[in-house]
Design a protein around this ligand. Structure first.
Ligand code: HEM
Length: 444
């Protein structure tokens, strides 16, 4: 959707010397900040330090940049900030190298594999929920991190070290995600300062790198691949043109990429889902009825219709990613604004999902939006939980299965409630999450 207007994007109010809009981007309600900027325009300039970023604040502009003009954009600042942690894997690679890496990882997400993962996920989730005892008070956000870590650890790593990786992810991933979030919105000099947040981030990065290295070494010591899992698949992969195998550094970087992409987002979404389950008894009753009816033995995922609608609604209202970035690789015009090569653009799935013109009563969980006649075409265009285009989430189907199964296991196996007077408080790092989520276990 390009026009020949060549206008300039208006600058967001509240710009400070040196910091630009960094402080606005550090406030707790960053999704609300982006939503409010819609009143200024659908393209708005924001500064992080002295560097300008253009916020694309409408579904049409986001689709134009990511789909129609997708080849004109590649990774932006957020991914550079992730490089010390994830190296040069799928997350940070660009252009043809990115496409090559995507092809090499693709078999791990093939639908035939997803079917076998579903059975494992159901076992893990049922076991996890059955350990909760009536009367216990859970840190439900942590529980969902442990569950998501278990699911990745057990489905992707057939290794005695899997338990260690699961523990590391449960304990350290939030530190990493917080450090990355802070680095993205503050000027570069900040990362050089000897602050606790920087030290904790560096220490967490080192632990993950070490775990990935030991994982790769342990496969090599026992003869390489052959276990039919993620690491074996990478070890056995050969480049279609050159026949060259990936190096151990490349394999380690893909492991790191998987760990950072595959745990925090479903865990955070699931924590919100548990909060909503406890807050809306009529929705909970529907989910419990469905789980009692169909969540037995080998689960037919297609039968979990209300559960799926509930998961979609949580991805809409509580989308974990408040900001994603791209960088123009050549001069390009979006929404009538000319962007030079190198211009960084931002979009926010979370803000797009709360537009009242598209999702009436946006702050309420209403699974019925996704049932019956289904979402309207406007909703479909604005709903981008897994991104769009060449960088679209590789784990989208995996994540949907995992979240449906996790919600169904909770609905079938326990009844969680919130302590009297609990008020949700959000914190925003790289993701928007609940600051705390104490939940009391009740019997079903
Ligand atoms: C609620 C769960 C999840 C959400 C909301 C989510 C969302 C996203 C989004 C929006 C992107 C695109 C980022 C961009 O455009 O810059 C992405 C990329 C990615 N996701 Fe997910 N994701 C989820 C779960 C998962 C899981 C479970 C896996 C793996 C098992 C995974 C693997 C990946 C990978 C590898 C990429 C990078 C793709 C590339 O750069 O080519 N994600 N995810």
């Amino acid at each position: 959707m390009t026009t020949a207007l060549n206008r300039k994007a208006p600058t967001a109010p509240g710009k400070l010397p040196v910091l630009g809009h960094s402080l606005s981007l550090l406030r707790p309600d960053r999704v609300g900040y982006f939503t409010a900027l819609r009143s200024i325009g659908d393209l708005v300039e924001i500064k992080i330090g002295a560097r300008p970023y253009v916020l694309l604040n409408s579904p049409e502009l986001v689709r134009d940049a990511l789909l129609e003009q997708g080849s004109s954009f590649d990774r932006g600042r957020i991914f550079e900030k992730a490089r010390p942690y994830v190296g040069d894997g799928l997350f940070t690679s660009q252009g043809t190298e990115h496409l090559r890496q995507r092809r090499s990882v693709q078999p791990a997400f093939h639908h035939a594999r997803l079917d076998s993962y579903a059975g494992m996920m159901a076992d893990i989730a049922r076991r996890h929920v059955s350990a909760w005892q009536p009367g216990d008070t859970l840190n439900a956000d942590h529980e969902m991190h442990v569950l998501a870590s278990e699911i990745i650890g057990r489905t992707m790593f057939q290794s005695p070290l899997a338990r260690e990786v699961i523990q590391l992810c449960s304990d350290e991933l939030p530190t990493l995600v917080q450090g990355l979030g802070v680095r993205t919105v503050l000027p570069d000099f900040f990362t050089q300062l000897p602050l606790p947040v920087n030290r904790r981030y560096d220490a967490a990065c080192a632990k993950f790198r070490d775990a990935a290295r030991r994982l790769v070494d342990s496969y090599r010591e026992s003869g390489g691949g052959g276990r039919g899992d993620f690491v074996s698949m990478l070890m056995e992969a050969r480049d279609a043109k050159t026949g060259v195998a990936p190096t151990d550094t490349e394999i380690r970087d893909q492991i790191m990429t998987l760990l950072i992409s595959a745990i925090e987002t479903p865990a955070t979404t699931l924590a919100w889902a548990l909060y909503e389950l406890a807050s809306a008894p009529e929705v909970r009753a529907q989910l419990e009825e469905e789980a009692d009816r169909v969540f037995h033995g080998d689960v037919d995922l297609a039968e979990l219709r209300v559960t799926e609608a509930f998961v979609l609604e949580n991805l809409r209202l509580h989308h974990p990613l408040w900001m994603l970035m791209r960088r123009a690789v050549r001069p390009v015009t979006v929404g009538g604004v000319h962007l030079e090569a190198g211009t960084e653009v931002i979009y926010s799935p979370a803000a797009m999902h709360r537009d009242p013109a598209i999702f009436p009563d946006p702050m309420r969980i209403r699974p019925e939006r996704w049932l019956g006649d289904g979402p309207t075409p406007e909703m479909q265009r604005a709903f981008v939980p897994f991104g769009l285009g060449r960088r679209q989430c590789m784990g989208d189907a995996f994540a949907m299965i995992q979240m449906k199964i996790s919600v169904a296991a909770v609905a079938a196996g326990s009844r969680l409630s919130l302590p009297a007077g609990f008020r949700p408080k959000t914190v925003t790092t790289s993701v928007v999450r609940l600051a705390e989520l104490p939940m009391i276990v009740g019997a079903r």
